[in-house]
Write a protein that binds this ligand. Structure first.
Ligand code: ADP
Ligand code: MN
Length: 255
């Protein structure tokens, strides 16, 4: 009961904060009754101890800070009212792990959420630094919070780097792309400076946002990989990284 009240009041506060902004509608959309029920259940199980504030409002999902049993959590909630779910089709329908998903919004969003959890697990097992996935329940994904003092680590995009630091970050990203490809059998498929966080302590990258990541069997895997490669080279070009796309590709695909 107490926990439920805390979630309610955290939800109210989150809404109050957003009241006078354009985000109001989006925030209201995220906490529909079924989603609140999932959050209650997760709190009754002791997985969520207290809900915190909003970290991000994206095209399809909102991310919230929360306190877990021992660790801080990031809770990513895919909005059931999301209008862009159609874009999920191309990624999920041809993925051999998800061939029996019915073609409706609910099931696609739930499968997407499970897929993100599985992708994070595979990436982590392969040695890629990602948030530790904890649980996926319908449209709610719970994972380790990557940040400090309740603030997420900055995006690569917003991290000032010296040229020599940038070179190290680039090499680590290449290593992670290689591990993803060779060990996890995955292509991130939305890799860019917007989906890589930088741990300020040691400047190591953290890959996030793996809902759209596909296995190498996906018919568009090569095309997605090539796009990731171009994004990374475009970003690191400003730091004097001069690898050609084919060079980076062969590093990723090396034995
Ligand atoms: P979207 O699909 O909306 O882009 P992301 O997974 O990229 O969703 O998350 C959006 C933002 O939320 C990220 O840019 C990051 O700031 C924050 N975020 C996501 N996951 C975590 C996490 N595990 N720990 C801390 N912050 C996170
Ligand atoms: Mn993202």
């Amino acid at each position: 009961e107490e926990k439920v009240k805390r979630i309610d009041s955290a939800t109210d506060k989150a809404r109050a904060r957003e009241k006078d902004s354009d985000r109001l509608k989006v925030e209201e959309n995220v906490f529909d009754v079924p989603t609140l029920k999932i959050l209650y259940t997760l709190s009754n199980k002791g997985i969520i101890k207290a809900m915190g504030g909003a970290i991000s409002t994206g095209k399809e999902a909102n991310v919230f800070y929360a306190e877990g049993d021992e660790k801080e959590l990031a809770i990513k909630i895919y909005r059931m009212a999301s209008s862009t779910f159609k874009a999920m089709d191309a990624y999920i329908m041809k993925d051999p792990r998800f061939t029996n998903i019915r073609n409706n919004r609910r099931d696609i969003i739930f499968a997407w959420t499970r897929k993100e959890l599985q992708n994070l697990k595979r990436a982590k097992s392969a040695g890629v630094r990602v948030p530790e996935p904890i649980v996926a329940e319908k449209n709610v994904l719970i994972m380790e919070f990557m940040g400090e003092e309740k603030k997420p680590y900055p995006l690569l995009k917003n991290t000032p780097l010296e040229d020599d630091e940038a070179k190290l970050v680039y090499n680590k990203i290449v290593e992670y792309m290689h591990l993803l490809y060779k060990e996890a059998n995955l292509v991130h498929a939305d890799l860019s400076e917007y989906n890589i966080l930088i741990d300020p302590a040691d400047k190591t990258p953290v890959f996030i946002d793996m809902g759209q990541s596909v296995t190498l069997e996906h018919p568009n895997a090569r095309e997605f990989l090539y796009r990731d490669v171009l994004n990374i080279l475009r970003f690191f070009g400003r730091y004097g990284i001069t690898d050609k796309p084919e060079e980076l590709l062969s590093k990723i695909q090396a034995e």
